[in-house]
Design a binder for this molecule. Structure first.
Ligand SMILES: NC(=O)c1ccc[n+]([C@@H]2O[C@H](COP(=O)([O-])OP(=O)(O)OC[C@H]3O[C@@H](n4cnc5c(N)ncnc54)[C@H](O)[C@@H]3O)[C@@H](O)[C@H]2O)c1
Ligand SMILES: CC(C)[C@H](C(=O)O)[C@@H](O)C(=O)O
Ligand SMILES: [Mg+2]
Length: 405
C-alpha cells in the first residue's frame, strides 16, 4: 500500500494530538483513505532488526504491533529480513537485493538500527550505514518526520529545566534522500601539496527543495501553523537556493507563518527556548543533528520515533537512535522510540488510527504506572528492562494495557 504522503502531513503527527480544526481531520488523499478503511485489513510488514539494540527493540515493537492490530481487526504478517552489519556478516553486503525487494513489496517497514564497532573501519560500500542510506534512497522516502514531544510524565527526565521543556512539541521535517549524504563528487584524493584529502558535496536541486518544503508546509498547517526553515544561507550556495525556494513555496501556504534561521543559531535556540518552535524543515545533515539535539529535550534519544515517506510505495518507520553498542545485549535499551515508530507505522503507513491510538495510550499508561528504563529513570519510578519476558517490562505492561481497553 502507498505510504500516505498526501494524507499523512494533513493529520497531526504529534503525540500530544495538537490538531487544527476543519480539513485537518479529513485526509485529502481519498484513494489512500479509502484503501485504509476498506475490507482488506491484512498487511505485510517487513521487519529490519539490524544490529546492536535493533533486534531487542524491534522484537518488543513487533509484539506490541501484533496485539494492537489484533484488537482492531488489523492482521499483520511479519517478514524479517537482513540489514546492516547482520547482513554483512551473513551475505557480505549491507543491503541485500532480497531485502530491498521484500521492503518494496510490503505495506510498511519497521527498522531497528544498524551499525557497530565491528564494521566501523569497513570501506564505504561495506558499511552498515551505506545499507541504510541505500534503502532510504531505494524506497524514495525523501521526507523524514521526527516528532520531539515532551510527555508530561517525563518533564523531569530532561537535563534542561522543567519550565524550559514543559509542553515542547516540535516536528522536525528532515530531507532524507539528498544533500551532502548523496552529493557527487565525493571520495578521497590528493591535493596539490600531495596531501590526502576527503571530500563531499552538498547539493540540492529546485525540485528536491520544493517537494520537501511542500510536505513541511502541509505538516505545519495542521499543527501550530508555524514553519521555521533552518539553513546556512549566509555561507553555502546550496542553502541560498534552499532559502529562495522555501520562500517561493510559502506563497502556496499563506496560512503558515514562515521564518528562517541559520543552523548554528537554531542549535542554540533549541536548548534556550525550544517552545518557540512548531515545525522545522531542514536538510539531510542538519536534520540528523538537530533531531538528536531535540531528543534530549524530551528526556532521551530512546524516546524519538520517525516516519519516512515518499511520493509512492511503502513508508519506512524507525527510531532516530542508533544501535547503541555500549548497551546492546544488556536489556537496557528504551524500546519506546521503536514502539512509537510502530504507532506511526499503523497511523501513517496503514491508516489504522485506532490501533495506533492503542499503542500511544499504552505508552502513556506505562509511564503513568511509573515504569522507566535507565535512560529516563528518576527516583521514585520503577526501573524496568527492555524485553525480558516478565511482568515488569514495557512490552508486557503495554500489552496488558492494550488488552484492557
Ligand atoms: N538509524 C540508525 O540505524 C542509526 C542511527 C544513528 C546511529 N547509528 C549507528 O549506531 C552506532 C552507534 O552510534 P552512536 O553511539 O553515535 O549513537 P546511538 O544513538 O547508537 O547511541 C548514542 C547514545 O544514546 C544511547 N541510546 C541510544 N538509543 C538508546 C535507547 N533506545 N535506549 C537507551 N539509550 C539509548 C546509547 O547507549 C549511547 O550512549 C553507529 O554505528 C552509528 O552509525 C545508526
Ligand atoms: C546511521 C546514519 C546513516 C543515520 C543518518 O545520518 O541518517 C542516523 O544518524 C540517523 O539519524 O538515522
Ligand atoms: Mg542520526
Amino acid at each position: 500500500m502507498m505510504a500516505q504522503l498526501q494524507a499523512t502531513p494533513l493529520k497531526t503527527l504529534s503525540l500530544s494530538g495538537r490538531r487544527s480544526a476543519g480539513a485537518a481531520a479529513r485526509p485529502r488523499h481519498a484513494t489512500a483513505t479509502l484503501r485504509c478503511s476498506a475490507a482488506s485489513r491484512s498487511y505485510n510488514i517487513t521487519l529490519l532488526p539490524g544490529d546492536g539494540i535493533g533486534p531487542e527493540v524491534v522484537s518488543v515493537a513487533k509484539d506490541v504491533l501484533s496485539v494492537a492490530g489484533a484488537k482492531e481487526g488489523v492482521e499483520l504478517r511479519f517478514r524479517e529480513m537482513l540489514m546492516g552489519g547482520a547482513a554483512l556478516d551473513a551475505v557480505g553486503v549491507p543491503l541485500p537485493d532480497e531485502t530491498l525487494a521484500a521492503a518494496r513489496a510490503s505495506d510498511a517497514i519497521l527498522l531497528g538500527a544498524i551499525g557497530g564497532y565491528k564494521w566501523d573501519s569497513n570501506e564505504k560500500h561495506l558499511k552498515p550505514e551505506t545499507g541504510l542510506l541505500n534503502i532510504r534512497a531505494g524506497l524514495g522516502v525523501f521526507a523524514n518526520l521526527r516528532p520531539a514531544t515532551v510527555l508530561p510524565q517525563l518533564v523531569d527526565a530532561s537535563t534542561l529545566k522543567k519550565e524550559v521543556v514543559e509542553g515542547v512539541d516540535i516536528m522536525v521535517v528532515r530531507e532524507l534522500t539528498g544533500g551532502i549524504y548523496f552529493g557527487q563528487p565525493r571520495g578521497f584524493g590528493t591535493n596539490d601539496k600531495g596531501e590526502e584529502i576527503g571530500f563531499n558535496t552538498e547539493i540540492y536541486s529546485v525540485s528536491e527543495i520544493d517537494r520537501i518544503a511542500r510536505v513541511a508546509f502541509e505538516v505545519a498547517r495542521k499543527r501550530g501553523g508555524k514553519l521555521c526553515s533552518v539553513d546556512k544561507a549566509n555561507v553555502l550556495e546550496a542553502s541560498m537556493l534552499w532559502r529562495k525556494r522555501v520562500t517561493a513555496i510559502a506563497s502556496e501556504f499563506p496560512d503558515v507563518e514562515l521564518s528562517h534561521m541559520y543552523v548554528d543559531n537554531a542549535s542554540m535556540q533549541l536548548v534556550w527556548n525550544p517552545k518557540q518552535f512548531d515545525t522545522i524543515v531542514t536538510n539531510n545533515s542538519y536534520g540528523d543533528m538537530l533531531s538528536d539535539e531535540a531528543s534530549m529535550i524530551t528526556g532521551s534519544i530512546g524516546m524519538l520515533p520517525s516516519a519516512s515517506v515518499g511520493e509512492s510505495g511503502p513508508g519506512l518507520f524507525e527510531p532516530i537512535h542508533g544501535s547503541a553498542p555500549d548497551i546492546a545485549g544488556q536489556d537496557k535499551a528504551n524500546p519506546l522510540a521503536t514502539i512509537l515508530s510502530a504507532a506511526m507505522l499503523l497511523k501513517y503507513g496503514l491508516g489504522a488510527e485506532n490501533a495506533a491510538k492503542r499503542i500511544e495510550t499504552a505508552v502513556t499508561e506505562t509511564l503513568d504506572s511509573g515504569f522507566r528504563t535507565g535512560d529516563i529513570y528518576s527516583p521514585g519510578t520503577l526501573l524496568c528492562i527492555c524485553c525480558q519476558a516478565n511482568n515488569k517490562t514495557f512490552v508486557h505492561l503495554a500489552k496488558s494495557v492494550v488488552l484492557l481497553e
